[in-house]
Design a protein around this ligand. Sequence first.
Ligand SMILES: Nc1ncnc2c1ncn2[C@@H]1O[C@H](COP(=O)(O)OP(=O)(O)OP(=O)(O)O)[C@@H](O)[C@H]1O
Ligand SMILES: [Mg+2]
Length: 253
Amino acid sequence: MEKQTKIKVRNLDLFYGANHALKNVNMDIKEKSVTAFIGPSGCGKSTFLKTLNRMNDLVDSVKIDGLVELDNENIYGEDVDTTLLRKKIGMVFQQPNPFPMSIYDNIAYGPRVHGIKDKNKLDRIVEESLRGAAIFDEVKDRLKKSALGLSGGQQQRICIARALAVQPDVLLMDEPTSALDPISTAKIEELMDELKKKYTVVVVTHNMQQAVRVSDETAFFLVGEMVEFNRTKDLFAYPKDKRTEDYITGRFG
Ligand SMILES: Nc1ncnc2c1ncn2[C@@H]1O[C@H](COP(=O)(O)OP(=O)(O)OP(=O)(O)O)[C@@H](O)[C@H]1O
Ligand SMILES: [Mg+2]
């Protein structure tokens, strides 16, 4: 069965002051799949990722034109509540950034903000989220200990669990493994395969092998332009654009 479009982007332009950082980007991101963004440093991957949950709203000089829809609704509409939007579209960053509090409180933080107080309910959410991020067994005996005492790879999975705890639909990940060792990286890559059964996952990566391993579709960006978007295996096997071919064969970037 053909997967539905989860996020639809049309004619998206973004300016940081005079810097035209995204140029007429169009994309359909499919539900319950992994979409990868690749391209050289500064090409706009993070900027584009952040337009998908309005994180760029926090930047003063930013100006955005065009359409971004989640489930056919314009996320830049006037009555959109950005807190709720970011509950639906969670984000994980390059550097693991757990809060300086216990593992339990890290995961319970979002649900508490959204009004959940019942202890049993929170216990259940914490366990399910940690299981969903493939970290429960490693931390179940130290839930009350500080999350900062975990390894980088464990911290990153705590951050994924924290994102899952508010029941998002979409998970945005900006180079989630670039600060991690190979074993932790492999764990997160395996996890992405599980996550896409329930969530729509969008991942920025500098590692083309990673894009090949984890993603169903890949978009290649170059200086603010989305050059090519295709099924991952086709994009890497039969790039249509010369610039894509040059990049994936390592001629630049
Ligand atoms: N907050 C900001 N204010 C002004 N300009 C910005 C801001 N963030 C990014 N830019 C500029 O926008 C362009 C795209 O940057 P972006 O961070 O999206 O690239 P990237 O593809 O994620 O790069 P990298 O691979 O190095 O993370 C760059 O020219 C960058 O300098
Ligand atoms: Mg970036």
